[in-house]
Design a protein around this ligand. Structure first.
Ligand SMILES: [Zn+2]
Ligand SMILES: [Zn+2]
Length: 268
């Protein structure tokens, strides 16, 4: 893939969708107590990943964990989630037809692929190896489903209208701290309000508390937990930031380049 492609907004979106999917599976895997699988990632793949990410990476095969760990916060060189998402996004991007690489808000008609089998490209052979090595898929069917979900989310995100810059004192996303257009997240999602009141989880005056999040962080939050769990246990930004997966996401999102692009383009 070309440098221009790597710099494109579409590539950033695809990469974010992969990172979000990763966290969502990680979350489920933790809940289900899935034991660590085998680590068969080859050196050549690591080397390619390293070249593409343009940064030093940790050798996951010796880390003792199937999924990338949160490293201590002072370690700036390696971000396993970023490396993983960059590698997988590059592999997927190369397989995408041009029509899917050029998606934008103005795209009509918006493509829709309702089943894994209907995807208009074939999955590169490196992807199953990687997903299985990371225990993100257990067979070819799972791989198809993973890529289908990623591509569907990518299509939705890439064709969505750009977020409006909200008039508020908060200028930075409350999770990744990038100065980008913000959306608001109901910390107690609206769909849960009836239940929250009935069960007395929170007083009524708390129902409308919101967090100002960039679209990517907002989406990540909804990937790591269902609405009811968010309402019950993660009803402040502080509580969200205590989650290991949100910390991983924060570290990943804070360094994504399209955040910087927004910052540069912003007019004061
Ligand atoms: Zn953010
Ligand atoms: Zn939300």
């Amino acid at each position: 893939m070309s440098e221009t492609d790597i710099d494109s907004l579409q590539f950033s979106i695809l990469k974010d969708c992969i990172a979000q999917r990763f966290l969502s599976i990680h979350h489920r895997a933790n809940n289900e107590q899935i034991s660590a699988g085998s680590k068969t990632r080859s050196k050549s793949k690591t080397a390619r990943l390293q070249a593409r990410a343009g940064t030093a990476i940790k050798d996951h095969s010796t880390s003792g964990a199937t999924l990338p760990d949160v490293d201590n916060a002072s370690e700036d060189l390696a971000d396993p989630l970023d490396d993983f998402a960059t590698y997988l996004a590059a592999e997927t991007w190369d397989a995408l037809p041009p029509s899917l690489r050029d998606l934008a808000f103005s795209t009509t008609p918006i493509p829709s692929y309702t089943t894994p089998a209907s995807l208009p490209f074939s999955i590169p052979p490196t992807i199953p190896d990687t997903l299985i090595a990371y225990s993100l898929a257990s067979d070819e069917d799972d791989v198809q489903k993973f890529i289908h979900k990623v591509v569907s989310t990518y299509i939705d995100s890439a064709t969505a209208p750009p977020p409006v810059w909200k008039a508020t004192r908060t200028e930075e996303c409350e999770i990744c701290e990038r100065q980008v257009p913000l959306t608001y997240h109901h910390l107690i999602p609206r769909s849960t309000h009836d239940k929250v009141l009935k069960k007395g989880w929170h007083p009524e005056e708390m129902l409308n508390s919101v967090a100002w999040l960039c679209r990517q962080c907002h989406s990540a939050v909804h990937h790591v937990a269902p609405n009811e769990e968010l309402a019950r246990n993660f009803y402040t930004v502080e509580l969200l930031l205590e989650r290991e997966d949100i910390q991983k996401w924060k570290k990943y999102a804070a360094k994504q380049r399209f955040g910087y692009k927004w910052r540069q383009n912003r007019e004061y």
